[in-house]
Write a protein that binds this ligand. Structure first.
Ligand SMILES: Nc1nc2c(ncn2[C@@H]2O[C@H](COP(=O)(O)OP(=O)(O)O)[C@@H](O)[C@H]2O)c(=O)[nH]1
Ligand SMILES: [Mg+2]
Length: 719
């Protein structure tokens, strides 16, 4: 392949609901560009894009696929994406290196969940968007109602460039009001005749052309003036205005396609090449010094890595966009994220699993390399002259689904761990955490389906049987009032005995409270004189404050660390449910020793048991993690979603609306959020979405506490 220059490259991501026809449209683009000789089919499992076994089994895309085509002396890099919210990670990482989004909409159904969700992401990433109303050859195709739904969802920015003459099984022609022609197609060949607009269509075509001119003119003052003066604009001027409107997401032009029958594909590519932004025109993420790195082939080289995949027999493949300069085979670069040196031994342009070696790529192009040592998704490689420049990382939505994962056979645990880490490399929205606290491996992802696909991989490709279990909840324990306890540990068995006695008072720790001076407990007065304070920041949040208040040598100073150690044991494994305890202060104010039998172990046990006894008297409470949850719901499903939330002990904090969605803000205990994404999806036919983040620990209601205590007792008995 020849080296394409920056202004001969266009980068697009195909987005849209599952089944809208993205994969087939990509196939059609490659066919029309003569990159492939024959088009594959979804049913025949023969498309370039859906090449993995699991995609072919499911007959839908699960990963993003890098593709390209060559057309009108341009290279069009195309990233095909999956259509389900579960794989939003692949969609976001596909948008990052591309300059334009093609939103593919199924003309049988109009705007669908995926259209809405991915448009929101495209909006957040400020990506220009072209709309392809696709599958116009389907019996049930309805162009007008599709456009209606688009206008409802996206507003006035939706502007028709084309409309079909005969949508449905006979579909073979549409009118293009930008060039004012009728395009008529011969069968499925993609070959077309460009004809004048027939008289009976002239009124509609003219009306739509005027609407197009108006919205193109809106984006540029000089065009606006000209439009007012002359009442029209030239084709070139319309393109110019559209280019500005596109860039600002102020204009979403609509095109007619049938990917299956190669209708409209070339015209769509032609528009992208002529009007959509060049790589150098699109605002790209800044580097960490907040400098704009210009997408300029003559500048020093930098590459941004947006995707990693692991292919059998090859290993890791790293996909990048050339952010500046040129990359050539054999080039030495430095990883700005970890300073390691990397050599670009081989350079590829990629179409699915097919890789073609090239020797050079310039700023704006998308390619791949292999055999990098320490370079992962989100990293930057650059020449040392750029002094460690690195590009902002992509941000992904918070996880929506958590589960614990366990290998059915103990001996697979290590291999499973490795494979999970690799899965995270390939898909950063899969998050693996080895939780010491929960004694589980916690897997988080974007939905139940998302993680089930991972499970499928482990079982079918790596022959590891795993099971998903409900994740344990990281409860905390604390106390609500003062209590005292004395405990004597004494053991006389044959030889040396054990003896230790401690008297303690415990109470809730409140930040900034003064040290204790006197306690009154059960009519008894205890005077306290603090000799030493240990303030311990607990790893799991909160504090333990330990006061040494021993007077008159009742307990030797050398035993105090042992007492603290005993208490810490119970803080780490709380007396109620074995969860971490927090926010407690303990004063050791008295005790007894034995001249011979006292030793460290005795005081450790005495400290532990005194603490446990006092804890149970001190109004102990279980605390649970509570999350801030934001749900975006279509208005007609609001009632169902609200009542479901209330069943989850949610406290509704606020409501609002945004772009046709209702927003509910609530605080919900984590324990009630298990499988929420699945439930929400079934309540709303997948049209809602949500986000959650940790807010605080709060006391559980007493009925819940009761249940947890019983469950813990039962668990203890089992063990
Ligand atoms: N009739 C017709 N069927 C199509 C068209 N595009 C896609 N399909 C079918 O719709 C289904 C989904 O297509 P696919 O390309 O996988 O959609 P994606 O999920 O958006 O990638 C498959 O059965 C395709 O054969 C089209 O333009 N016309
Ligand atoms: Mg697909």
């Amino acid at each position: 392949m020849k080296t394409y220059l920056t202004n001969q490259i266009k980068n697009v991501a195909l987005l849209g609901n599952t089944g809208s026809g993205k994969t087939l449209l990509a196939e059609s683009m490659m066919f029309e560009g003569k990159v492939i000789e024959r088009k594959g089919t979804i049913e025949g499992k023969s498309t370039v894009s859906d090449y993995s076994e699991i995609e072919q089994q499911n007959q839908r895309s699960i990963f993003s696929t890098i593709l390209y085509t060559e057309f009108l002396d341009h290279k069009l890099n195309i990233i095909d994406t999956p259509g389900s919210d579960d794989f939003v990670g692949a969609v976001i990482s596909a948008m990052r290196p591309t300059d334009t989004v093609v939103m593919v909409v199924n003309s049988q159904y109009g705007v669908e969940v995926g259209t809405e969700i991915f448009n929101r992401h495209a909006d957040q990433m400020h990506k220009p968007m072209v709309i392809a109303v696709n599958q116009l050859d389907q019996d049930k195709a309805n162009f007008d109602s599709t456009v209606e739904s688009l206008k409802q969802s996206l507003g006035k920015k939706v502007v028709l460039v084309q409309y079909p003459i005969n949508p449905g099984t006979e579909f073979n022609a549409f009118i293009d009001v930008l060039v004012m022609k009728l395009y008529k197609f011969k069968g499925d060949t993609g070959i077309r005749e460009d004809l004048p607009i027939p008289a009976e269509e002239m009124d509609r075509a003219t009306e739509l052309r005027n609407a197009l001119i108006e919205s193109a003119a809106e984006n540029d003052e000089s065009l606006m003036e000209k439009f007012f003066d002359q009442g029209t604009l030239s084709e070139e001027e319309i393109r110019k205005g559209m280019a500005v409107g596109l860039k600002n997401r102020n204009l979403f032009p609509v095109f007619c396609t049938s990917g299956k029958r190669n209708i409209g594909t070339k015209r769509l590519m032609d528009f992208i090449i002529n009007v959509a932004p060049n790589p150098s025109e699109s605002p790209m993420p800044k580097n960490d010094g907040n400098k704009e790195i210009k997408c300029d082939a003559s500048a020093p080289t930098s590459l941004y890595f947006f995707k990693t995949s692991v292919e059998s027999h090859i290993g890791e493949i790293n996909y990048f966009r050339v952010m500046s300069g040129k990359v050539t085979e054999g080039m030495d670069l430095v990883n700005s994220n970890n300073d390691s040196k990397e050599r670009i031994a081989q350079l590829f342009v990629v179409a699915g699993k097919n890789r073609n070696k090239v020797t050079e790529m310039v700023a704006g192009d998308i390619g791949a390399t292999v055999k990098l040592k320490n370079t992962k998704t989100n990293h930057t490689l650059a020449v040392s002259a750029l002094g460690g420049t690195k590009f902002e990382s992509m941000t992904f939505p918070n996880s929506k689904f958590r589960t614990a994962i366990k290998a059915k056979s103990e001996s697979d645990t290590e291999k499973m761990g490795e494979l999970l880490n690799r899965a995270h490399q390939e898909d950063p929205t899969i998050i693996v955490e080895h939780s010491k606290e929960l004694r589980q491996i916690i897997l988080s992802g974007q939905g139940e389906h998302h993680l089930n696909i991972l499970k499928w991989h482990l079982t079918n490709l790596h022959k590891i049987e795993v099971e998903f279990l409900p994740p344990r909840i990281p409860y905390r324990e604390t106390i609500t009032k003062i209590a005292a306890a004395d405990y004597r540990h004494k053991k006389q068995s044959g030889g040396a005995g054990q003896f230790g006695e401690v008297h303690i008072v415990i109470e809730p720790h409140v930040e900034g409270a003064p040290a204790p001076k006197q306690y009154k407990i059960g009519g008894k007065e205890i005077n306290i004189s603090v000799r030493g304070t240990d303030e311990i920041n607990l790893d799991w949040g909160g504090k333990l404050v330990f006061y040494n208040c021993i007077v008159g040598g009742a307990i030797d100073a050398r035993f105090l660390p042992a007492i603290l150690k005993g208490i810490m044991e119970k803080i780490e494994q709380g007396p109620l449910t074995g969860s971490y305890a927090r926010d407690i202060r303990v004063a050791v104010y008295d005790g007894k020793m034995h001249p011979v039998d006292s030793n460290e172990i005795s005081f450790r046990l005495a400290g532990r048991n005194a603490f446990k006894t006092a804890f149970k008297e001190a109004g102990p409470k279980i605390m649970e993690p509570v999350y801030e949850v934001e749900v975006l719901v279509p208005a007609d499903r609001m009632g169902d979603v609200m009542s479901d939330l209330q069943n989850r002990r949610a406290i509704i904090m606020g409501m609002g609306s945004e772009k046709g969605f209702e927003i509910i803000n609530a605080r919900v205990p984590l324990a009630e959020m298990n499988k929420y994404s699945t439930a929400l999806s079934s309540l709303t036919s997948g049209r809602a979405t949500y986000n959650m983040k940790f807010a605080a620990y709060e006391q559980v209601p007493s009925d819940v506490q009761e249940k947890l205590l019983k469950a813990y007792e039962a668990e203890q008995e089992e063990e």
